[in-house]
Design a protein around this ligand. Structure first.
Ligand code: ZN
Length: 190
């Protein structure tokens, strides 16, 4: 079978001969490619599909993109952020397997002693992608609109409310500190 690279719109087979599989569509009785990739023909089931040869992740996780995530792990030197689905670019989602790292020296300008004093597990954060390898995405919160946009009380899980530069629980009065985004708690922040 040919390993020729197909592009969206390229003719693959007649629709009478083959059913359209993944990465294809039918137009005027012709099965065409909807993805960049190589063709796969299942002669038994009479299905043609296109095996995508373009890694979609880097396009989404490109440098400079600002995205929302949830803090999955926070320690002294680094945190892991699970990126939330984005409505951008044809509603493509971030692969769950991608580990997204926020290091303590990328929180803000100047010295930060410990990342887990600025972020807690479960916080919703707005981060900027500074490095995007397919399986290693590095993010930063250095910038006025970056940081925690929503945090929850460690005692009762109620959403914390901003009070000056700190956070307070409206239910139990618990006080907390986070590296907040400028628009923390605003309606459209998260
Ligand atoms: Zn509380």
């Amino acid at each position: 079978m040919s390993e020729e690279l197909l592009f969206p719109g390229d003719f693959i087979a007649n629709a009478e001969e083959f059913l359209p599989g993944e990465g294809t569509y039918v137009e005027n009785g012709k099965v065409c490619a909807s993805e960049v990739g190589t063709v796969k023909k299942d002669l038994e089931k009479r299905v043609v599909s296109v095996e995508c040869k373009v890694n979609k992740a880097p396009a989404m996780q490109r440098r400079g993109l600002t995205v929302l995530g949830v803090v999955a792990k926070a320690s002294e030197k680094a945190g892991f952020i699970d990126l939330l689905p984005t409505e951008d670019e044809k509603k493509r989602y971030f692969p769950i397997s991608a580990s997204t790292v926020l290091r303590v020296n990328n929180i803000r300008r100047g010295f930060v002693k410990s990342l887990d004093e600025e972020f807690k597990v479960g916080d919703i954060v707005r981060v900027k992608i500074t490095d995007a390898e397919p399986n290693n995405v590095v993010v930063s919160t250095e910038g006025p609109n970056l940081g925690v946009v929503k945090a929850f009380c460690e005692k009762c899980r109620a959403p914390l409310v901003r009070k000056g530069s700190e956070l307070v629980c409206p239910v139990c009065g618990w006080k907390a500190h986070r590296h907040m985004a400028k628009d923390y708690g605003e309606a459209n922040a998260a």
